[in-house]
Write a new protein. Structure first.
Lengths: 592, 93
């Protein structure tokens, strides 16, 4: 006999629009929905504190490529969209061109909202500063000037000064009447007849178990950032010293999978070029986008490999191209020491680094200050780090133009779908517009029978580490460290079949042999125990998908030593994962 | 408790802390706890600190210093010896 809902839940909350994750996507969606209709009931749950959660602390630019300075004040044309789609052609099988076109057309939909809530997008004189899009035809990032001292066109996107972005978004969302549950972690999505009708969550401070009933749900939980260790950090800092927010462990991915949504491209773990020590790129570290990189022979990589430079719309970030030039077998970063030249930086480069550093966590400027300032004779070393799944495609698959997953009324946006940054703003707005209309005709669905059973099972699973009585108690952090080491040593950048298969064996052995003894003393530690179980699931998804894609694409993002070439048979193909009768089924499907 | 003794993370100087709770309320990784008796924040999970330094900038009394793991200082070209001569950094007067 399953207990009644009132007996299981410490609190039952009805809300028309439930947003899971209060990052850029979640807070923007809440603001947009409330502005569409002030009476719509919107609730955000956030595992951290909304004002300081998510990857987007600040905003240094609108992440759009084809727009130029003069495009900002006009509507995006078909021509612009075609250019973007053309750029995305290189990512065949990794980008949904239909969704990309919608995204491009609405790329600046959020800018007026940001300006209204006080985000400083414009310069003091009211103009918009822009980041250059191309140099020598193709590079993006560093501002270069023509012989007359004018920046060369075209531009990358509007550059903002929004160092207080998240605080303003959070404040605005609350002010508009959004209910916010901070320190609240998603533990399951409740479904009925193939539709999402609610969610369960844990307050990681009080230990209260919450049940939400919702008409529509937006999953905006960010990237799966805790897949690989930061291998230059001590334990346990190596678990939390991630490039993107370590709050985002990938719980949204696993809860969506359990609810019936498909995941895609889980083999694509992004690889990023950062400054060693700071684990940041452009603003934080200074390397890659602003300071030039050179090897031990004094050769500047971008001059040495001009053909490796492509636009971001084309899918690669130049810094990473250079590090892995001329090819994956002879990558500069693996055969040589790559440094970032601070000593000969121009005033514009210094200004650009400072400008972007203030939109990163405060750590960025602190590191520079302690190291003697933004420019000095001591170069920063450039290294490649695996940052998890979310910045290079991969995650929850969106199956229609409303960014809805395969589960009805469950929408997804941002890095959880492999499409973050300011794109998340766009989709946050578009989903909010759709949901504002959608909820008008919806009723709250009944929770009984199957749903009560699901909630009871979830509750038992969530709290089991607290009640555990065993002699050998497993620290979730230690288990997480083990799993991430397995990922690093057996999957990593140079993937090869026997090692991936061994990784799967080790991950499964750890799941069977260690998870049942996970231990927690309090709700905070319970959060870590839940996280590691999700990380184990994501690790196996990553390994299995890496095994299935028997080609290399976007190296080093997915590079198979045993299949080092891009294989045309994989053009427009994605590896998907879906849970059927409790088992994950992998499939190879067409994307477009 | 899963605390691992580490030599990094936020350090609260209780001479200056006024118990406003900004650090406790806003830390993304929830490394702070709250001492109900003293009405002061305490660092409970320094090992889980991501070194973002939000607490340091949010603290109105400038009572928090986030200590950087030695690995990262050395890797980024920050000399603990030089710093310790210059300031109170690392607690060395």
């Amino acid at each position: 006999m399953v207990a009644k809902l009132e007996e299981m839940a410490d609190n039952i909350i009805e809300t028309e629009f439930l947003i899971i994750g209060g990052g850029l996507v979640g807070s923007m969606a809440a603001i947009r929905a409330k502005r569409n209709n002030k009476d719509i009931d919107v609730t955000i749950i956030d595992k951290a504190r909304m004002e300081y959660s998510g990857d987007g602390v600040g905003l240094d630019n609108f992440n759009q490529v084809t727009l130029r300075k003069e495009d900002i004040n006009r509507k995006v044309t078909e021509d612009d969209v075609n250019k973007a789609v053309f750029g995305a052609e290189r990512l065949k099988g990794l980008k949904d061109l239909k969704l990309d076109a919608i995204q491009m057309k609405n790329s600046y939909i959020s800018q007026p909202i940001l300006e209204e809530i006080g985000v400083k997008v414009r310069e003091d004189d009211g103009t918009l500063k822009v980041l250059q899009g191309y140099r020598n035809g193709t590079v993006w990032g560093r501002v270069e000037y023509d012989e007359n001292g004018k920046p060369t066109e075209p531009f990358f996107g509007s550059f903002s000064r929004a160092s207080d972005l998240k605080m303003r978004l959070g404040t605005a969302a609350r002010k508009l009447g959004t209910r916010v549950f901070d320190r609240t972690m998603l533990t399951s999505i409740i479904t009925r007849d193939g539709a999402a009708i609610g969610a369960t969550a844990l307050n990681t401070r009080t230990g209260k178990f919450l049940v939400f009933k919702a008409k529509a749900i937006l999953l905006a939980t960010g990237a799966a950032s805790r897949l690989y260790p930061h291998q230059w950090a001590p334990f346990p800092n190596r678990l939390f010293y991630t490039l993107t927010s370590p709050v985002n462990h990938g719980g949204g991915h696993i809860n969506a999978l359990d609810a019936g949504a498909k995941l895609y491209c889980m083999e694509m773990s992004n690889v990023y070029n950062v400054s060693k020590g700071i684990n940041h790129s452009s603003g934080g570290g200074g390397c890659n986008w602003y300071f030039k990189m050179y090897n031990s022979k004094g050769e500047y990589l971008e001059d040495k490999y001009p053909d490796m430079v492509v636009t971001k719309a084309g899918g690669k970030i130049p810094g990473i191209n250079f590090l892995f030039a001329p090819d994956m077998q002879n990558a500069e970063v693996e055969k040589d020491v790559i440094l970032s030249a601070k000593h000969n930086a121009t005033p514009d480069e210094i200004a650009a680094v400072y400008f972007t550093a203030v939109t990163e966590p405060p750590k960025a400027l602190k590191f520079h200050k302690l190291a003697g300032g933004l420019t000095n004779e001591r170069p920063a070393e450039c290294i490649a780090v695996l940052t998890g799944i979310g910045q290079a495609g991969g995650g929850v698959l969106r199956e229609n133009e409303y960014s809805e997953t395969g589960v009805k009324n469950l929408f997804a946006a941002g890095n959880v779908t492999g499409n973050g940054g300011s794109h998340g703003f766009t989709w946050g707005c578009l989903i909010a517009d759709h949901v504002t209309e959608l909820v008008k005709d919806q009723d709250y669905k009944t929770i009984d029978g199957e749903q009560l059973k699901q909630i009871a099972e979830t509750k038992e699973w969530v709290f089991s580490p607290l009640a555990r009585k065993s002699e050998y108690k497993i620290n979730p952090l230690e288990l997480e460290d083990y799993i991430r080491e397995v990922n690093y040593n057996y999957i990593g950048i140079h993937k090869v079949k026997p090692k991936i298969e061994r990784a799967i064996e080790l991950i499964r052995f750890a799941r069977e042999g260690a998870v049942p003894l996970l231990f927690a003393n309090n709700p905070h530690e319970l959060m870590r125990a839940i996280e590691v179980q999700h990380i184990i699931e994501i690790s196996e998804l990553h390994a299995q998908s890496s095994l299935l894609r028997d080609e290399s694409r976007l190296g080093p993002v997915h590079y198979r030593e045993d299949y080092p070439q891009l294989d045309p048979k994989w053009d427009n193909k994605i590896v998907t994962a879906k849970k059927v009768d409790g088992e994950i089924k992998y499939n190879i499907e067409d994307l477009n | 408790m899963h605390k691992v003794k580490v030599n990094y993370g936020p350090e609260i100087d209780y001479k200056y802390c006024n118990g406003c709770g900004e650090c406790y309320e806003n830390c993304p990784m929830d490394v702070f706890g709250w001492d109900e008796e003293k009405q002061m924040p305490v660092v409970l999970y320094a090992g889980e600190c991501s070194i973002c330094c939000f607490c340091e900038t949010l603290c109105p009394e400038v009572a928090i210093d986030v200590l950087i793991p030695l690995h990262h200082m050395l890797d980024f070209g920050i000399s603990p010896v030089t710093l310790s001569k210059k300031s109170k950094f690392l607690g060395i007067e």
